[in-house]
Unconditional design. Structure first.
Ligand code: AMP
Length: 282
């Protein structure tokens, strides 16, 4: 596996592959890689000739009070995991390489970011949209893979790629979970053992709401209240939001018809975790 730290070196490698008509699948990450990330790499191998992975903890998507400085970083262990998973290139640029000066350009997908994580983390999706656009322009992949765990992020990216005519296909991979239902996340590393046990409340609350839908409940507000109530029953957990939204437009659903996205953000101790569940065939 090739480890590349500069945009110039990455571009010249990409140009070489374009001449040979070699297809590239791209997986952007912030590192601290786990099986969720590696599932994207695995899927990428089925879709293209080479899988390229970026590891870059993007400062522009963190608010000043958030965990940018403490975010888990272990490039050597990420490199080993990627080597084992068959990735061809690890792109690990420095901050200066990605942002030689502050970006004057803003990409704001207002209508998709007013609710859910967008409401709780102002500016977060502007940071995500900017870095993903830069990375897609740098790598020029045939296909890029994102996880359904970050549903709002995947929706924002699909839309910006469409709006800006970026010639990359976006594929969204299902959330990879531990056996007890907890979604894999780099931030799970922050959890103490009792908090890790409490983190099950997210997938349990989503599961309860799905059961209620299957039993005939259709009111979005009731589903949200049901999830909130389940989270409130866990002493180490503190709800940030519970949402029942249209899976594409992301606006709140008053009455569920067809399909609905159930989504949660919960503080477990001081760690903010998110999870979601798409319920179809309603
Ligand atoms: P991150 O490093 O957290 O920015 O994540 C990089 C990519 O991996 C994003 O597209 C995430 O949605 C995806 N991802 C993170 N956790 C999971 C998971 N448990 N299952 C599937 N994809 C994931």
């Amino acid at each position: 596996m090739l480890v590349v730290t500069t945009i110039a070196a990455l571009r010249s490698r990409r140009e070489e592959l374009l001449r040979r008509d070699t297809r590239v699948a791209f997986v952007p990450t912030m590192g601290a890689l786990h099986e969720g990330h590696l599932a994207l790499v695995h899927r990428g191998r089925a879709l293209a000739d080479e899988v390229w992975v970026s590891v870059f903890v993007n400062p522009t998507q963190f608010a000043p009070h958030e965990d940018f400085t403490t975010y888990p970083r272990d490039l050597e262990s990420d490199r080993e995991a990627l080597e084992r998973s068959g990735a061809a290139v690890l792109f690990a640029p420095s901050m200066r390489e990605m942002y030689p000066r502050p970006s004057a350009t803003t990409i704001d997908l207002a209508e998709l970011t007013v609710g859910m994580c967008g409401a709780q983390r102002p500016g977060h999706f502007r940071g995500v949209a900017l870095v993903v656009t830069k990375l897609l322009n740098i790598v020029q992949p045939d296909v890029a893979l994102f996880g359904a765990k970050d549903w709002q992020q995947a929706t924002v990216i699909r839309r910006l790629v469409e709006d800006l005519n970026i010639p990359t296909r976006i594929e969204v991979h299902p959330t990879v979970r531990e056996d007890d239902g907890v979604a894999l996340s780099s931030r799970n590393a922050y959890l103490s053992p009792p908090e890790r046990a409490a983190a099950r409340v997210l997938s349990q609350a989503l599961g309860n709401a799905e059961e209620a839908i299957r039993a005939g409940e259709r009111r979005g507000s009731v589903l949200e209240a049901l999830m909130a109530e389940r989270v409130a029953g866990e002493p180490l957990a503190h709800l940030q939001y519970a949402a029942a939204v249209d899976p594409d437009a992301l606006h709140p659903v008053r009455i569920v018809t067809g399909r609905v996205l159930l989504a949660l953000a919960v503080f477990v101790g001081s760690t903010r975790l998110i999870d979601n569940l798409l319920v179809e065939g309603v």
